[in-house]
Design a protein around this ligand. Structure first.
Ligand code: ASP
Length: 461
């Protein structure tokens, strides 16, 4: 007999079905045993007369029986399957479970993070977490479809690559074929997406994994995160903002119907206005901060192109640099401010924009420099040495073969979801997150490796 899902059973009153899943809970009432059977679609009450007594929570079972309407008194209006139950005919235990090391019936917030990540595969059985990872998948699917309907194509870019400076520390991977040399994991596909514009792709996106060796915070995952990377040719800042705004507004309507966007069109603030009015460049624009269903999207733009170089050498550079890009070094200066590049770089505005949501920065992007001359000027201003400039020769060369003006954006998927769902931490929307210490979920990485492996790589530790 074909397997029936819990969600399908509702429409099968009077029919014999076979269900598979986990024993969510069990109640013994003398001769009658009630079991809540759980599968990926929900829970269903199963009734066994003189049967099921041996079952324990989280055993995996296969149960065949009759779908019946519950007696009036036993109807539970709170659950979708509350009007029906399954009367057991026969069942088989497919796999037994010992007691779980963590409870999975509550929301789990009070359980230590170490335990939750060690037993992530159990933690993900929890209803809240299972919902979150399903929603994440739906969000990805929605965005893919939405963009593909508008003529974008998804292009994968390399993970083993060369450093793409986004201002964070790189993860390095030793290259066995060239001992002493290293790949860097991409902090973002920034240079590749710009090269794709030179390639004539015109409309690119990717659900891209990015790697940054930075300490974790509640709104910053350690190690890796996913962003919806977008790049377009022949566009203005206005085009990028409009596209992004339309995409997320429609996504919220379709996937998060309980949520309400505070203001459409989204408010727009210059960096100066945001700082003056809210004292931050990621203002919380909600009308009522206690309303957990309110989503206040907004744009902040006209940032200064440069910030003063921080004590911590920004690009591990020559040490003489005075300016660091406030977004990244490929961001175009505001067209009106180009003359200021030579006179007073701190006054130059960048053609860049941040997407904010409820007080979080959930994405950023810019119109890019497509003139080699201006790019060289920026390299000078951020104090690049000759050798550092050479690292970007490929991009400058690509720009000599006919480059369309281009720009894009990269909303962070994890952060966006965390804020939309009102979760307190990014880990709540990532299936297998890293701990703050950098340790992976379930598996114990990073680990030491065998001497032989190191020797092959020409590395001594
Ligand atoms: N690459 C940028 C980032 O990761 C986003 C962009 O400029 O499109 O922040």
């Amino acid at each position: 007999m074909k397997r029936t899902l819990v969600s399908e059973a509702v429409k099968m009153v009077g029919k014999k079905v076979r269900l598979c899943g986990w024993v969510d809970s069990k109640r013994d009432h003398g001769k009658v045993t009630f079991v809540d059977l759980r599968d990926r679609t929900g829970k269903l009450q199963v009734v066994g007369v003189g049967k099921l007594g041996e079952l324990r929570s989280e055993d995996v079972v296969e149960i065949t029986g009759l779908v019946k309407e519950r007696p009036e008194k036993l109807i539970n209006p709170k659950v979708e399957t509350g009007k029906i139950e399954l009367e057991v005919e026969k069942y088989e235990v497919l796999s037994k479970s010992v007691d779980l090391p963590i409870p999975i019936d509550g929301d789990g917030y009070d359980i230590g993070e170490k335990q939750r990540t060690k037993y992530r595969y159990l933690d993900l059985r929890r209803e809240r977490m299972s919902k979150n990872i399903r929603l994440r998948s739906e969000v990805g699917q929605f965005l893919r479809n939405w963009l593909m309907e508008r003529d974008f194509i998804e292009v994968e870019t390399p993970i083993l690559t060369k450093t793409t400076p986004e201002g964070a520390r790189d993860f390095l991977v030793p290259a066995r074929l060239q001992p002493g040399k290293f790949y860097a994991l991409p902090q973002s596909p920034q240079q590749y997406k710009q090269l794709l514009m030179v390639a004539g792709v015109e409309k690119y996106f990717q659900l891209a994994r990015c790697f940054r060796d930075e300490d974790a915070r509640a709104d910053r995952a350690y190690g890796e995160f996913t962003q919806l990377d977008i790049e377009m040719s022949f566009v203005s800042q206005e085009d990028v903002l409009e596209l992004t705004e339309k995409m997320f507004t429609e996504m919220v309507k379709e996937l998060f119907p309980d949520k309400k966007i505070s203001k459409i069109p989204w408010p727009r603030l210059t960096y100066g206005e945001a700082m003056e009015k809210y004292g931050t460049d990621k203002p919380d624009l909600r009308k009522n901060k206690k309303d957990k269903n309110e989503l206040a999207f907004g744009w902040v733009f006209d940032f200064p192109l440069f910030v003063k170089q921080s004590e911590e050498e920004f690009f591990h550079g020559s040490g003489e640099a005075k300016f660091a890009p406030s977004h990244h070094m490929f961001t175009a200066p505001h067209p009106d401010d180009i003359p200021l590049l030579s006179k007073d770089p701190t006054k130059v505005r960048g053609s860049q924009y941040d997407l904010v949501l409820n007080g979080f920065e959930v994405g950023g992007g810019s119109i890019r420099i497509h003139q080699a001359e201006i790019q060289k000027k920026i390299f000078e201003l951020i104090g690049f040495s000759k050798k550092q400039k050479e690292e970007f020769e490929h991009l400058l060369e690509a720009f000599t073969y006919g480059v369309p003006p281009h720009g894009g954006i990269a909303p962070g998927l994890d952060r966006l979801l965390m804020v939309i769902l009102g979760e307190p931490n990014l880990r709540e929307v990532i299936a297998f997150p890293h701990l703050t210490s950098g340790k992976t979920s379930v598996m114990d990485a990073p680990t030491k490796v065998a001497k032989k492996q190191l020797k092959e790589l020409g590395i001594k530790t």
